[in-house]
Ligand binder design. Structure first.
Ligand SMILES: C[S@@+](CC[C@H](N)C(=O)[O-])C[C@H]1O[C@@H](n2cnc3c(N)ncnc32)[C@H](O)[C@@H]1O
Length: 220
């Protein structure tokens, strides 16, 4: 009998083979990150495609990412931007940022994606007053997810999307369980300016989640 995890992998393979195939730039970005010793914790190709479709859905012209790694998700997201669109991706590790910049250059996106190096909470604190973003993708240290949410929502326009990755940890099944992602989901659910849901994602290790929130116009 097929093991449940093997079945999950097969569903993922089906989606990727039909709709989320990697071109050379995406494949090389993953391979280069591995060669450079970066951890293999990028989004899957099918999640990358979902990020791309969500960005297209809202006509995103400005995208913010927290957690660049080797630039794999940045390539999926930035490819949804129009030629004059802009993406800012925040990364604490200078080596990750350097690998990402090379991968973005090879993908022809160096002019569209700016990687800012430093602890994301500090970088975000300096971003107040920048032109609003259409979409923010949070994919860094989980313990800071609630703080990222608080910093990011004011930077996103009304009708824009806030996406939080890896938001279905085992802790959500245990009423006493605690995790940064579980606290993030609770914080998103409690915000009157966000309408949210969690989209289950297929991963090699099992099920994970992407919390999708749309920012509502503030009530006057
Ligand atoms: C899960 S990986 C990002 C994966 C990437 N979004 C992708 O799918 O290709 C998380 C990244 O967040 C970075 N990171 C961790 N803590 C951070 C912080 N406080 N500020 C900025 N980046 C941080 C890590 O160095 C790592 O590169």
């Amino acid at each position: 009998m097929t093991e449940p995890k093997q079945t999950i992998v097969k569903y993922g393979e089906y989606i990727e083979s039909l709709l989320a195939g990697e071109d050379e730039a995406l494949r090389l970005a993953r391979e280069e990150a591995l060669r450079e010793g970066l951890p293999s914790i990028n989004v899957s190709a099918s999640e990358g495609k979902l990020l791309h479709v969500l960005a297209l859905t809202i006509g995103a012209r400005r995208i913010l990412e927290i957690g660049t790694l080797g630039g794999y998700s940045a390539i999926w997201l930035a490819r949804a931007l129009p030629p004059d669109g802009h993406m800012v991706s925040l990364e604490i590790d200078p080596h990750h940022a350097e690998v990402a910049r090379r991968n973005l250059e090879r993908a022809g996106l160096a002019g569209r994606v700016e990687v800012r190096v430093g602890p994301a909470l500090e970088t975000l604190a300096r971003m107040e007053g920048e032109e609003p973003f259409d979409l923010a993708f949070i994919d860094a240290d989980k313990d800071a997810y609630v703080a990222y949410l608080e910093r990011v929502v004011p930077l996103v326009r009304d009708g824009g999307l806030v996406l939080g990755d890896n938001t279905l940890p085992d802790a959500v099944l245990d009423p006493a369980g605690d995790s940064g992602a579980k606290r993030y989901n609770a914080a998103a659910a409690a915000r009157p300016d966000l309408v949210s849901t969690i989209v289950p994602m297929l991963r090699d290790k099992g099920i994970d989640g992407l919390t999708v929130s749309i920012k509502q116009p503030s009530k006057r």
